[in-house]
Design a protein around this ligand. Structure first.
Ligand code: ATP
Ligand code: MG
Length: 400
């Protein structure tokens, strides 16, 4: 558990040896105190980014204008950010400017929640200006300073409060909750990509039931894309929903619960990546196939491995409350699959054209190939060139 810090300590030490201050800050200190697995290790320093660039050999300038660089050293990657205070957030998207400062106090004060506003030096000594440690002990999420002001300054913090409750299983303090309810409409003004990131983490959180409970209770969803038009879908979420790792799984679930909202609409209104869109489609199609035919070879074949977990969680809460499908069940089937993908097929479109030299090109070639693929995956045909060519000869244009 302390191993990641053991390496990172060298980075802090090197900055200090150059005459500057450096502390571990934010999520890594919080997670260290909670004995949770550490995500990224972030370091705050009094040194300017240009100085950090001189101290270390390998520095990636990811956000110099905000004072952030990534230092690759001591076998790890560390985000190193110069102490700063944010200027006004007039557009509620980005601070208009940032000002570098000399002491860590102001840097901690700009942070969102007390549990995220802790710093730790290289000896493990903690700086705790806002009773963050007490809040960690009591499992409470509380804004640093006045909630109303802090949420007005950056309304994304509202979604962040819900997602931390979902990841940590913490309650949101009464004052903070009141401020959320007061300011929530402002969420409509922030960049949708920023919200999507946080919402994905909310649905993936180990205590997602807590995050979803707050989402319902605060009615924050009434200010989110898509849900703004279909607010009732939040009540259709299954009560025994498990955390979903891929945001695509969340979209697939919502599409299943309300078919009037297409995956395409989700993707375009939330400005999601093509990768997430593909995952949503694969999961949705897999679920539809499962509903019809159960867990057959084709279902497993069409799903990439990294979606097995989400797939089984969706199956378990949507279709078969008694069965308990596990990712291992899919892995077991996967190991028995005759081919991994269509590239493993012993025939190609070229063979088909050879078998029917007179026929015109067209979608039937692809359809025939898919039919062959289904036969092979189901174990009904041996994946052997001669066998497959013979089958194609007698089953042209076959669709199933
Ligand atoms: P995770 O483990 O999920 O990465 P984290 O606490 O590290 O959690 P990040 O989003 O990586 O969260 O942010 C790092 C730190 O930066 C936070 O702990 C917090 O101190 C600060 N922070 C991030 N976003 C904001 C924000 N919108 N307003 C104020 N402080 C923020
Ligand atoms: Mg982080």
């Amino acid at each position: 558990q302390t191993k990641p810090f053991a390496d990172a300590v060298k980075v802090v030490e090197q900055i200090e040896n150059s005459g500057y201050e450096a502390f571990f800050v934010g999520g890594c200190v919080r997670d260290f105190l909670l004995d949770r697995e550490l995500g990224d290790i972030d370091i705050a320093t009094s040194a300017r980014p240009e100085v950090i660039q001189q101290i270390f050999k390998r520095v990636i300038p990811v956000g110099i204008q905000h004072g952030t660089v990534i230092v690759q050293s001591a076998g790890g990657s560390y985000e190193v950010t110069t102490y700063r205070v944010d200027g006004d957030y007039t557009d509620q998207r980005h601070p208009d400017s940032v000002h570098f400062i000399q002491t860590i106090d102001g840097d901690l004060e700009r942070r969102d929640f007390t549990i995220n506003a802790l710093a730790m030096d290289r000896y493990g000594e903690i700086i705790d200006l806002f009773d963050g440690r007490k809040d960690i002990e009591r499992k409470v999420i509380r804004t640093v300073g006045n909630g109303y002001d802090r949420f007005m300054e950056d309304p994304l913090r509202i979604i962040r409060a819900l997602r931390f409750s979902s990841q940590l299983g913490f309650t949101i303090s009464e004052n903070t909750l009141r401020a959320i309810k007061y300011v929530k409409k402002e969420i409509e003004n922030i960049a949708v990509e920023r919200i999507g990131n946080e919402l994905a983490k909310l649905f993936a959180g180990e205590h997602s039931e807590t995050g979803i409970k707050y989402l319902r209770e605060t009615k924050v969803y009434e200010h989110l894309p898509v849900m703004i038009e279909y607010p009732y879908i939040i009540n259709k979420l299954p009560s025994d929903l498990q955390p979903l790792k891929s945001f695509g799984a969340v979209i697939a679930l919502f599409h299943l619960l309300e078919s009037a909202i297409s995956i395409k609409q989700w993707v375009s209104e939330w400005k999601l990546s093509n990768k997430i869109k593909q995952e949503a489609i694969q999961l949705y199609e897999g679920l539809m196939h499962y509903e019809e035919r159960g867990l057959d070879f084709w279902t497993v074949y069409c799903l990439p491995k990294h979606l097995y977990e989400d797939f089984t969680r969706l199956v378990n809460c949507l279709f078969s409350p008694d069965s308990n499908l596990a990712a291992d069940d899919l892995i077991e089937i996967n190991e028995k699959l005759p081919i991994e993908s269509s590239r493993g097929l012993e025939v190609s479109g070229h063979d088909i054209r050879e078998i029917f030299p007179e026929a015109e090109k067209g979608p039937w070639i692809r359809e025939t190939l898919i039919a062959v693929e289904k036969q092979v995956v189901a174990g009904k045909l041996e994946n052997n060139k001669k066998v497959l060519r013979d089958w194609i000869k007698w089953n042209p244009h076959a669709t199933d």
